[in-house]
Design a protein around this ligand. Sequence first.
Ligand code: SER
Length: 586
Amino acid sequence: MSVMTSNEIRQKYLQFFKEKGHAVIPSASLVPENDPSVLFTTAGMHPLVPYLLGEKHPAGARLCDVQKCIRTGDIDEVGDYCHHTFFEMLGNWSLGEYFKKEAIEFSFEFLTSPKWLGLDKNRLAVSVFEGDSDAPFDDEAFETWKSLGIPEKRIAKLPKKNNWWGPAGETGPCGPDTEMFYWVGEPDKVPESFNDDNSLWLEIWNDVFMQYNKTALGKFEQLSQKNVDTGMGLERTLAVVNGLDDNYRTELFWPIIEKIEKLSGQTYRGDTLVKAMRIIADHLKAATFILGDEKGIAPSNTGQGYVLRRLIRRAVRYGKQLGMKSFTKDIAEVVIEMFGDVYPELSKNKNFVFDNLSQEEEKFEKTLENGLKEFEKGTSPFVLFTTYGFPLEMTKELAKEKGVEIDEKKFFEDMEKHQELSRTSSAGMFKGGLSDAGEENKKLHTATHLLRRALEEILQTEITQKGSNITAERLRFDFNFGRKMTDEEKKKVEDLVNEKISLKLPVHKIIMNKEEAEKTGAAHIFGDKYGDEVSIYYIGDSLETAHSKEFCGGPHVDNIGTLGHFRITKEEAVSAGVRRIKAVLE
Ligand code: SER
């Protein structure tokens, strides 16, 4: 099989769907905009939720992209040959246009045609939804696969657990899916029938048919707009196309592994070493992408910053096992070299990436030292973990070395209590996420635009959004500014926002092509990552005289007169050069 590069696959995918009438849209940030229900973008459909629910997308009803994603649900499986925390997802969408038959035919053609991936159709198997009391057996998907020549024995009918996707939160668009698997065992030993338990059948693509809306009462209602949402992991696809049985041996990882070999003086061989090297490569690649995103996320003890911290620390811990020291920056350098062309934000933010990695690595070294002292004093594993950030695995290793017993059962009991507490407190935060476009969220979102504009006027500098998050109670806005704001400045910002609210200005949306849109002087939030057509929300009677204008997907209130009284509750640092404001409407 001829060798295909990752870039060729990205290009081919986008080209194929372009030929099928799809608009290519850019990857959104790894940090979701205004969606409090998740920390990271976990799938290509994520940034598209408003459009799946019926909002008109500026680029049209057929879309495709390559989206950067982070999933931490499978973090314990990282270390095998095909699970990753960071991955790239190829995806195509139909927003109320084509449905099952076309979607499946597109997938089949792209996978098997020699013009595209040219995979062997005799090594392909699929699964479809078998039906239950919520929704019937997906016979349309089944018949379509049959008509394409997939033998019935290779079309598994499976329950919701396997063949249903979504909603992304508690409620929203969801539906049956059909998954495609490729036989990665011996090419001449393809079993006659598909078996879900055999991991040599590797899932490579998922076509979701979003024809239902799950309501708060748990009912599945037919959606008026039937959508297609597909997702194909680039890492797995690249491995499969090149006949490799290890994603880390593809060019999306191999240079990182080689660097680890060099720094550690060890070879990628043997179960323990291979696992450690994969974890280091995966976690530091993910950390580099999070730090290199436009949002300026730095390691911390909450939210995205906490996930980032865990990834770095876990990598450092495995690095120690291989005898490496002060190595995270060297790995990040390789990652940026590999991906800087496709994701220019990595090169742009490389100093931020390097500085934060080095600092976190150093901090963790100290934590380990302190934890060690506490351990000697006999501090419990739970306190060592929660107060000193000392991982249980480390405590166990030490206990073994010193020949002392630790009470693991008690550790897990304490942990469970601790987690329950934090789950309850965060559950409140997820209520009324923007995904169900609650009125309060809309108000806070519109207030965020007014805040950005007021900051610009009072601080006399261009203010760019570095992050935004809205819960049922408050807005949170991160922006570029180098120092603490004075009390007087904060007061002036509040006054200006409230003054505008009292003017009861209308909010309008307009769609135009990107170049024209840029000429209007509207604020850009995501750096330069927009499609050819963008929507601008402006506050005021006309675009020319508008008080505020921003590139934005919405939704917003129709008139700012409904917002109520705006108050800043907190102003603090997020990282060097980035400040955070929390504010409420009362
Ligand atoms: N949302 C589906 C997935 O993540 C398809 O894109 O698998």
